[in-house]
Design a protein around this ligand. Structure first.
Ligand SMILES: Nc1ncnc2c1ncn2[C@@H]1O[C@H](COP(=O)(O)OP(=O)(O)OP(=O)(O)O)[C@@H](O)[C@H]1O
Length: 359
């Protein structure tokens, strides 16, 4: 699968921009702020219906205009797939595939698999558990449509249960029967999601470790583990035993919405004890593992977006990554960099088919 054509209207810093891509390697080069990352983000938008960097849709519209359109033509399994993502201030965003609008964006997720590696990935280490859950959910849902639907349903029931807990306090009342219905629904959906997360981590960790070992060229005892309150108790038991606490807090304090991933090096949190280079390598290994995982399960090679990746690492780690890209059968790759010469010498060593765009 590859993206052949991209056209932007009023997307971030672009008035209008049309690009025809190479099926293998595309490099976007230029000074800081020219819009290299914005092009990558537009491609991300076509695959996920949203920006990777800025979730506020109005802020993706070029300043002083009131709509944007991102259009892409992909080649997938011998067919052309035309995707149009448009947004006008005050209306709902629309995503169309071959002229037909999706009713639910979630139906589009996974159709065009994509993995992005960007400096903002450091949030996975630095930020709270929600960022890591989103990463885990993103990987699983690109290969399992049912998972995303269960997650959406779980979150809906969670909102309903939280509203009910607030209602109890506001009206000085309590209704155990309605609560029991929500508890059961959360238990059923949560247990299914929990099982899928366990299965995912079991399959993902060996791939991740292999990617890290390639980049670091030595064993640095890195580990990724799934942490869940459901490991020791069922969700129903947790909901029931935390009822008084939840009533006081007016929200649901236990469940798979509290799950996390722990990232460690030699048994210690990488956030506190990993060097900057080790943290960067960890994140790249995580994303390359995501790439291989999706490729294997979705039976479809994801597009790979490498945003500013060469600025982050020492030369030996960069050449290790390049050799990974060279050896494994990657699909289409987009690379953004400020150094035209560096990029060209790197891509020349990967493949004879490439295009360089100077923005
Ligand atoms: N909604 C918007 N309207 C107009 N310009 C915008 C909008 N959103 C972002 N920009 C501009 O886009 C530019 C940033 O583009 P981008 O992040 O793609 O740069 P880059 O080429 O990747 O730079 P770097 O090399 O620093 O990473 C900034 O100048 C920013 O002001």
């Amino acid at each position: 699968m590859f993206l052949r054509h991209l056209s932007l209207v009023n997307y971030k810093n672009f008035d209008s921009k049309v690009m025809e891509f190479d099926p293998v390697i595309n490099c976007l080069v230029g000074d800081n702020g020219v819009g290299k990352t914005n092009v990558l983000d537009a491609i991300y938008h076509l695959c996920f219906g949203k920006s990777y960097f800025n979730p506020v849709s109005t802020q993706n519209i070029k300043h002083n205009t009131d709509f944007f359109v991102v259009e892409g033509e992909f080649e997938k399994e011998g067919k052309t797939e035309k995707i149009v993502c448009s947004f006008k201030k005050g209306t709902k965003k629309v995503i169309k595939r071959n002229g037909k609008a999706y009713e639910k964006f979630s139906e589009h997720i996974g159709f065009l698999p994509l993995v992005i590696i960007s400096p903002s990935d450091r949030d996975l280490i630095l930020e709270g558990s929600e960022t890591r859950r989103k990463f885990m959910d993103g990987v699983i849902s690109q290969s399992d449509k049912g998972y995303l639907q269960s997650l959406i349903k779980y979150n809906k029931v969670l909102v309903q249960r939280n509203s009910l807990l607030k209602y109890f306090v506001a009206n000085n009342t309590f209704d155990p029967d309605t609560l029991a219905i929500y508890n059961e629904q959360l238990h059923n959906l949560g247990t299914e999601i929990h099982k899928k997360r366990i299965a995912f981590i079991d399959a993902f960790v060996p791939i991740f470790k292999e990617q890290y070992a390639h980049i670091a060229e030595k064993d640095e005892q890195i580990m990724l583990a799934y942490e869940s309150q459901l490991t020791h108790s069922s969700l129903l038991e947790l909901l029931e035993s935390n009822l008084e606490k939840d009533r006081a807090l007016q929200y649901t304090s236990t469940g798979i919405h509290k799950d996390d991933l722990s990232f460690t090096i030699a048994g210690h949190p990488i956030k506190k004890f990993g060097s900057q280079g080790q943290q960067k390598s960890f994140l790249i290994a995580l994303k390359l593992a995501q790439f291989h995982f999706i490729k294997e399960l979705a039976k479809n090679t994801p597009i790979l977006l490498l945003d500013d990746i060469f600025d982050k690492l020492d030369e030996s780690r960069v050449s290790q990554i390049v050799s990974l890209v060279e050896n494994e059968n990657f699909g289409q790759i987009f690379i953004s960099d400020t150094h035209a010469q560096r990029t060209e010498s790197v891509v020349k060593s990967i493949h004879q088919s490439y295009k360089i765009f100077t923005l």
